[in-house]
Design a protein around this ligand. Structure first.
Ligand SMILES: NC(=O)c1ccc[n+]([C@@H]2O[C@H](COP(=O)([O-])OP(=O)(O)OC[C@H]3O[C@@H](n4cnc5c(N)ncnc54)[C@H](OP(=O)(O)O)[C@@H]3O)[C@@H](O)[C@H]2O)c1
Length: 333
């Protein structure tokens, strides 16, 4: 994908709808980097479920069109501003702020939006190493205080956040029950799940009780919500922790407040983006740990498909079709 140094190609949402209706490929200008900023040539963009919701205007963030969606990308620093912590040629992950999101071939961002990656990590892997893995890590460790040997139940386990949760739970010495659609169960087993079940076919409560000697799951990470949430909340162990991460089912469930009271469990929310302002050092610590786990082979992001940058709408439709295992990535070159 060719673009001159002061411009870029960007997928922009012009009106809310399905990706093919919402997105248009535009040439946009790229400003030179100011103090503590850098311009990055993007090599790969990692797509996430929220990109679909952004196109539809159904996400918690709803920028005014036209805007560039996309939460994460990877590339090479092309130019730096005064006092930037980065150097030209350095490989980075870019976590930009909307409305100037990640689905573009080049962009200028503050240093705070950049995370360094070693040469050994390819752009496709770097482009999927932040959002899903940070959510999984912060959910398991910061929000749920996971301890080795505990049982973790994760829903939507074959998706981006789900597979990352399976891998990081295993890496922490936990045991994992993974819930995903039947055709995806081999993939969640391959990622390290001890028990894999299809909540559309299997009796979730019985499977969790059998696996845990009747205790239930110490930690539940739920990305699906809806009626599945109503079933997983009944599977939480005494003094367990249920982490709310997302609602891919499209339904935000309600919780009778007496349920966690009667069963002695905690319900905690996670909104990762808030840590960027409240405690950015946490995300940098997690980033360093993720790089170590990647180098040690303890995590291995599953790439479902790499598509050319021009095919962003089709790539997002794959996610909408619910057939994706792991992640879909756009490559710019
Ligand atoms: N809290 C935060 O800070 C934060 C940040 C980013 C993302 N998120 C959320 O994390 C969640 C997961 O994101 P992701 O990128 O991992 O998504 P993903 O890769 O698309 O995976 C989500 C899984 O949810 C299930 N699913 C999808 N559509 C569904 C539907 N209509 N009904 C029921 N289940 C459905 C699918 O599993 P099966 O087909 O196997 O059932 C799919 O594998 C999303 O809700 C997203 O908004 C939260």
């Amino acid at each position: 994908m060719v673009s001159t140094t002061d411009s870029a190609l960007a997928w922009r949402v012009h009106r809310f709808g399905k990706p093919a209706e919402a997105l248009r490929l535009d040439r946009v200008s790229v400003r030179p980097p100011g103090p503590r900023e850098a311009t990055v040539r993007i090599e790969a963009v990692g797509l996430n479920f929220p990109d679909l919701l952004l196109c539809a205007g159904r996400y918690q963030e709803r920028p005014e069109p036209p805007f560039v969606p996309g939460y994460e990308a990877a590339g090479v620093v092309e130019q730096v501003g005064r006092d930037s912590r980065f150097a030209e040629g350095e490989r980075v992950i870019v976590i930009p702020e909307l409305p100037d999101g990640a689905m573009q071939t080049r962009q200028t961002v503050p240093d705070a939006a950049l995370y360094p990656v070693p040469e050994s990590v390819g752009a496709t892997i770097a482009a999927v190493l932040h959002i899903a893995y940070q959510i999984a890590h912060v959910a398991l460790h910061r929000r749920a205080g996971l301890r080795g040997g505990e049982w973790v139940l994760v829903t939507g386990a074959a998706g981006g956040v789900g597979l990352a949760t399976v891998e990081l739970a295993r890496a922490a010495g936990a045991r994992v029950i993974a819930a995903a659609a039947g055709a995806k169960l081999p993939a969640v087993r391959a990622a390290g799940a001890d028990v894999a079940l299809d909540p559309g076919e299997d009796d979730l409560g019985t499977a969790v009780r059998e696996a845990t000697d009747g205790r239930g799951a110490d930690v539940v990470v739920d990305v699906v919500g809806g009626e599945l949430f109503d079933r997983v909340r009944r599977c939480v162990a005494f003094e367990g922790r249920l982490v709310l991460v997302g609602f891919t089912s499209g339904a935000v469930p309600s919780l009778p407040a007496n349920h966690p009271l009667l069963r002695n469990y905690s319900v905690v929310g996670l909104h990762l983006a808030l840590y960027r302002r409240a405690e950015p050092a946490l995300l940098h610590r997690v980033h360093d740990e993720l790089l170590e786990l990647l180098a040690a082979g303890a995590i291995a992001p599953h790439i479902h498909r790499e598509l050319p940058f021009d095919e962003a709408p089709a790539a997002l439709e794959l996610i909408a079709g619910r057939d994706v295992i792991g992640r879909v990535v756009l490559r710019t070159g």
